[in-house]
Design a protein around this ligand. Sequence first.
Ligand SMILES: [Zn+2]
Length: 469
Amino acid sequence: MSQHRTLLRARRLLRDAMSPVEQDMGVLLYGGAIIDVAPYDDLRGVGAEVVEWDGLVMPGLVDAHSHLRGISTRRQGVEDAELERWVVRLGALTALDGRADALVAACDLLRTGVTGVLAVHHSFAGPEEYLASARAMRGALLTAGLRGDVVLGVTDAHELAPAGAVVSAAPPPVDAPALLHALAGLGLGDRTGDVRWATGPVGPQWCTDATLAGIAALAAEHGLRVHTHLMETVHQRDWVPDGTPVERLARTGLLSDALSVAHGVWLSRSEQAELAAAGATAVHCPTSNLRLRSGSAPVPAWLAAGLPVALGMDSATEEDGPDMFAELRAAVRNAELHERPGLHREVLAMATTGGARALGRRRLGAVARGYDADLVLLDGPPADAPDVESLVESASRHDVRRVLVDGELRLDDGVPAGCPEVDDLRAGLLGTVDEDEVARRFRLASLAAAEAEVGEALGALAGGPGARR
Ligand SMILES: [Zn+2]
C-alpha cells in the first residue's frame, strides 16, 4: 500500500454503474483507499503527488466465477459441447504446471480490468496434491496482485453421470472427510494480500449430504464464504433422487448470505426467491452458458425477484484471452432474449458492486470515498464514450492500459508488474500443450465411449419429469 497521497486527475471518470461520466475529476488515494472524489479543481491544492490520466477512470471489475485457466480448453483441442459431455472431455486436457497456468490466467484478468476474482479450485487428487495445487492458485493471485477468494471445491459422488448410471471413465473415489480435514492445514484464516480461502461443493448434486454438511461445518468454523455451481443444466434437478440441489443446500446448512452460486440457469421462480431471501448472490455466466448449451439464464426475472447478481467468465475464454467487456455485452444480449433491452447499467453493476457482494467485500466496485483503490484506466476511443451504454458497447480489453489494486499499479501499459514475463510463461505452456497434441487426441478418442454413456444417461433423465422448471 502506497504511504503517500496521490491525486489521480482523470479527464473522464465513471464513479459507478449508475453514475454519469464526469469530466476533469480528481481521485485522492492514500494507503490503498480512496479518500476523496471531487472535481479536480477542488482537490488540486491538497498537497498530493498529481498523476494525470488523459482517458477514462472506472472501478475495477470482478470476475465472480473463474477456474483460472491460462490456456483455453479450445486451444487444447477440447471442443465445446453440452456441459455433461464437455466435463468428460476435460479428462483429456494436458497436465500443465498449475502455478504457471493460474498466473497466466490472473495476468490476463488484470489485462481486461479485473481486480477481484472468485476462483474455483478443484482436483480429484489426494489431499497432499490437492493442497499443493490450491496453494499454487492462491500464490498466482498474490503474485499478480489481484484480490479475491480461492474456493476449495469438493466433489465426492455422481460427478460424471446421474445416480444409478455407470460410466467407464469415472474419476477415482474421493475421501471427502480426509480432504475436508486436510484443508485446515492451509491456514484458512490467512488474508494476506486480500486473497482469502473459501469453500463449497463443486455442485450440490456431485456431493453426498454428509459432504455438504461437512463443507458447511468447515465454512462455519473458519468463517469462510461458500461458492458453488448451481442448476447449470436442466439435468441437475433430478441428478440424485433424494432432493433438488437447492433443497440439499438448504437442509445441509449451506444456504446463507455467505453463499454465491454460479450459472443458475434452471432455478425455478420459487428457488430464485428462496436464494434472494437467504441473501445469496447469483453469478451470471452468459458466455459459458451459451458455449456449453446450458441455456439462457432469465436474469431479468432474478432482478425482479430481488436476487443480487454478479458476473463471471467461467474461464470460457477465446484463444486470444478473456475480455470482461465482451462478457458485459453477452449479458446485455442475454437480457434482450428475455425482452429486457438496454440493461447496460445493471450489467455493469453486476461486474462491479455485484461482484463485490459475491466476494463479501463491501468497499469494492465504486470510485467512492472510503472504498478500496481498485481502478481501471482506459484510453483509446472507448474512453470518450459519453455514457455507460456506449462504454459497454464499445470497450474491450485492448483499451485497458493501467490497473490499480489496493492503490498499487498492477498493470502498467499492459504489462503486469507482478509477472512481466507472463508472455514467456504462456509460450512455455503452449509448447507443452502442442507437444502433447497426439497423445491428447488419443485420450480424447478413448473418452468417446464414456461420453456416449453419459449422453444415454441424460436421455433417460430428460424424458422424465426432470425437465420441469
Ligand atoms: Zn465453472
